[in-house]
Design a protein around this ligand. Sequence first.
Ligand SMILES: *Cc1c(COP(=O)(O)O)cnc(C)c1O
Length: 429
Amino acid sequence: MDLAFDRQHIWHPYTSTLTPLTCYPVTHADGVFIYLEDGKALVDGMSSWWSAIHGYNHPRLNAAAHQQIDKMSHVMFGGITHQPAIEVCQRLLSLVPNNLEHVFLADSGSVAVEVSLKMALQYWHAKGEQRPKFLTLRHGYHGDTFAAMSVTDPDNSMHTLYKGFLPEHLFAKSPNTGFWEAWDERDIEDFRHQLTENHRQIAAVILEPIVQGAGGMRIYHPEFLRQVRALCDEFGVLLILDEIATGFGRTGKLFACEHANIQPDILCVGKALTSGYMTLSAALTTKEVADTVCGGEAGCFMHGPTFMGNPLACAVASASLSLIEEGHWQQQVKQIELGFAERLPLLNRYPQVKATRWLGAIGVVETHQPVNMEVIQALFVQHGVWIRPFGRLIYMMPPFISEPQHLDQLIQAVEAALQSPECFLSDAD
Ligand SMILES: *Cc1c(COP(=O)(O)O)cnc(C)c1O
């Protein structure tokens, strides 16, 4: 592969044209393995950012894609419908919390978040109320488009860069009580205070249930979420749950909101929806929200992307959801969780480690110093694994099909990194 061309001309996620870092050339992937151009096999610890839950090159997902592409890859969704869209929405509605009845198919997680925010704004407009604000949590992540970014952590997503253009929303303290710890009632105080003070202005609360992903890999107590739902009900504010990272089994429940036995008014899903094959997302809502939105001035929901309901993506998503319906994920995720629970606490003995945490098929090692990306990445590749840390977070969310030996290999590689001071930046850097 022409890596020099790549370095000179192609932007990768969050990279600089001035100091491009090494990119590893991948030729194919199969099961839990990603293959480099030189033939080396890497055990995947990332599921390509939460998405490839059933692993790569899956025979049933491949078959679904092949069958669909021979019929049609895409047709517009305005005034046209098709079997793949109907089937994937039927499956989705049978899996999500049962108050949700209407599906809006979108093309990426960020767009699903945009759609959910627009739904909430149109909802209140239709009710004749001015509610221009959203309430969310610090350390959240909801995507890179402008509205999604406006409810993402202001420091992490550098709101200062876009000042004057980016809408300013309300941020409550994120919960400190970990999932497995004893609930601390003080965790909800700031959120309650903000909602009490500002609820007449707030269209919706938007947050990631149980696991805050890219904003800090924080895994918090279900009681926080239960109280958020109760407070939203008390103050008549919509609740949007962003399950783009947590949805489809990743946390040990099909949806993370099930840990707290609550239901959202609007739900965003994406990432694992097609098990990483295609880009597809959805925002789902209740009959009450949908009908109110459509009874307003516009007479419809004001959104319609070109590639909405892409049949190829829907067909693969449908096949992925049929694998979910068969239920093997429950045992698979449980086994991965047990592996993390057994192995991660042993890493706390390394001075570099600040904390370890886990839930379902998510394992996190928080370090004192930020990683040296170039060095740690090379060490992981040398150890035959693909793990991509950021800042002070080394985290794993392997495909559900990972076997104990794959998890061993991932954790051993992390341990090797913790024993290598050169993998971390020092205060002098
Ligand atoms: C990844 C992510 C998004 C954005 O999804 P994209 O497909 O990258 O646009 C939004 N919310 C959460 C919780 C995510 O993890």
